[in-house]
Write a protein that binds this ligand. Structure first.
Ligand code: NCC
Length: 499
């Protein structure tokens, strides 16, 4: 018995077939499109971040530098914020929280003698797998980015930041006081180069000339120069334009240096990732005063960073961006607070007041209303540029025309308040790592080597004035500096320097 499909039913079947075929073709096309975009993304992310941004609308940034975030909401009010262009510079995205933190040397080491980091770690960083030997480099990089969990901006292999940090990397065992941006990997070189070319704050100085440059000063001479030419000054209510403003009564009437007693021993705790597994907590807490920075916590990290906080130095970004919850977080409500904001190089206080990077004054007033009894100072912007000038004057190359990092400002501030200062992990120990902060899981070599801030040069300077041993740096990340009280400038190299 023959069975005939009626014409209408035939049409329906073939229509279904056609639809199925089209759907399959559509899915294949979509898959092909997605894969090509992913490969293109991985290749661009590796080689040219601005191109990637343009194509994919990704807002890349090097988390270690710009004072303004594209992603962070700024609590506005009063002063207008100024945004520098560095948003467009190459950067990284936060690291994968499930990846182990790359501690580049043995974790239980703090109090042992300095043995060299193990070979195991070298393998951990360097292995690119079987395909690495067969495929051309851009493809292996793209594959690593797509499937291997490699973070964007982290260049593996030659010329990358890993080579800088690795146990046999350029950074060496202990910081060399002649470090130069020329030694950086390509990505950071580009970022730093852009900042060096930028002059957001209108810095007016003649570029150092290698032929006529001054001879390198000795440690004692440098200390004298710092002592003589830098003064930690804070804002007081009598200064113009504040004297005519009602809220100025909230400013401390006296200078920070005259209010705070002179401490005997002080610890400055950088926020570096290399503090992880350091076991330095007890040692840090044994000091009379401990300085910490920005949003660096102690809870949960006591073993490595201690729990005492005498002074917290914060930048205006921390005060103004919502993510830091400056007004409500208990992190800031104990100890002495000191805040700073980058000011134009030759601006007077009125010009700065009208052109702060972040709304420091609005936030200050709000905070003071909530915590009227907590001592809270604002650094005079003259101080940041005095410190900057000392760095530039002692470097053979042009440094970034941006204020020094909070870390270096804090070191100089503590040298004015203490008899002896120990600085931790500012000069990286054998635990040196691309991990930016000990309390966060994102990775960027720029946190340690600098991008926006002239951090590399700050570290050169600190290395030159260090009175401790290289061994202390290697094992503890510890630098020993004298308080300015202890610096005798009549003995040092026949008198005070005359720059
Ligand atoms: O990262 P930050 O500093 O808070 O660190 C405090 C100081 O520790 C030293 N440091 C930090 C990390 C590292 N791997 N090595 C180091 O030597 C530096 O001396 C650093 O100053 C700042 O200087 O204020 C900075 O603040 C952050 C950020 O504003 C705060 O952490 C709040 O989120 C800046 N990051 C960004 O702007 C994205 C950073 O550039 C400098």
């Amino acid at each position: 018995m023959s069975y005939k499909i009626p014409g209408a039913a035939m049409d329906r079947v073939s229509l279904l077939w056609r639809l199925r075929r089209r759907a399959r073709r559509g899915v294949l096309c979509m898959a092909f499109f997605c894969i090509s975009m992913a490969v293109l993304y991985a290749l661009c992310a590796e080689n040219s971040v601005p191109v990637t941004d343009a194509i994919f609308g990704v807002r890349a940034r090097t988390r270690a530098q710009p004072r303004t975030h594209s992603g962070s909401k700024v609590v506005r009010g009063g002063a207008k914020t100024m945004y520098p262009d560095p948003q467009k510079l190459p950067g990284v995205i936060p690291g994968d929280p499930h990846r182990p933190i790359p501690v580049l040397s043995s974790p239980n080491h703090t109090h042992e003698a300095g043995e060299l980091p193990s070979k195991k770690v070298v393998r951990q960083r360097g292995s690119s797998g079987f395909f690495a030997h067969l495929l051309p480099r851009p493809f292996t990089r793209a594959l690593e980015t797509l499937f291997g969990g490699r973070r964007r901006g982290e260049l593996s292999g030659r010329g990358g930041d890993a080579e800088f940090f690795g146990p046999h990397g350029l950074l060496g065992e202990v910081w060399d006081d002649q470090m130069s941006t020329k030694m950086l990997g390509n990505r950071l070189k580009k970022v730093v180069g852009s900042y060096q070319a930028m002059n957001k704050y209108g810095v007016e100085v003649s570029e150092p000339d290698s032929k006529t440059s001054r001879p390198k000063l000795s440690g004692p001479d440098l200390l004298c120069q710092l002592k003589d030419k830098v003064e930690v000054t804070t804002l007081t209510p009598d200064l113009q334009p504040f004297s005519s403003m009602a809220w100025a009564a909230q400013l401390p009437p006296k200078q920070l240096t005259s209010d705070l007693r002179s401490y005997n021993t002080c610890a400055v705790v950088s926020s570096a990732g290399s503090l992880r597994s350091s076991g330095l907590g007890k040692e840090i807490d044994s000091h009379d005063a401990v300085l910490r920075f920005n949003a660096a916590p102690t809870t949960g990290y006591e073993k490595d960073v201690g729990s005492k906080t005498t002074i917290r130095l914060i930048n205006s970004q921390v005060m103004a961006t919502e993510e830091h919850r400056f007004l409500s977080s208990s992190l800031y409500s104990s100890g002495v607070l000191v805040a700073w904001d980058p000011a134009p190089f030759s601006a007077n206080l009125t010009q700065w007041y009208n052109k702060t990077d972040y709304p420091i004054f609005t936030q200050y007033q709000r905070y003071r209303r909530l915590h009227p009894l907590q001592p809270f100072y604002i650094l005079h912007p003259r101080f940041e540029w005095q410190v900057w000038q000392r760095i530039q004057d002692n470097m053979a190359e042009a440094i970034q025309k941006n204020p020094p990092s909070s870390g270096f400002l804090g070191i100089v501030m503590m040298m004015s308040l203490c008899q002896e200062v120990h600085v931790y992990e500012f000069l990286p120990s054998r635990r040196k790592t691309e991990l930016c902060h000990y309390y966060q899981r994102f990775y960027d070599a720029a946190c340690t080597l600098g991008a926006y801030h002239p951090l590399l040069y700050e570290k050169n300077l600190v290395k030159r004035i260090n009175q401790g041993s290289d061994h202390d740096i290697y094992t503890h990340g510890r630098v020993t500096l004298p308080g300015f009280n202890k610096v005798n400038c009549t003995q040092a190299a026949g008198g005070p320097p005359n720059h």
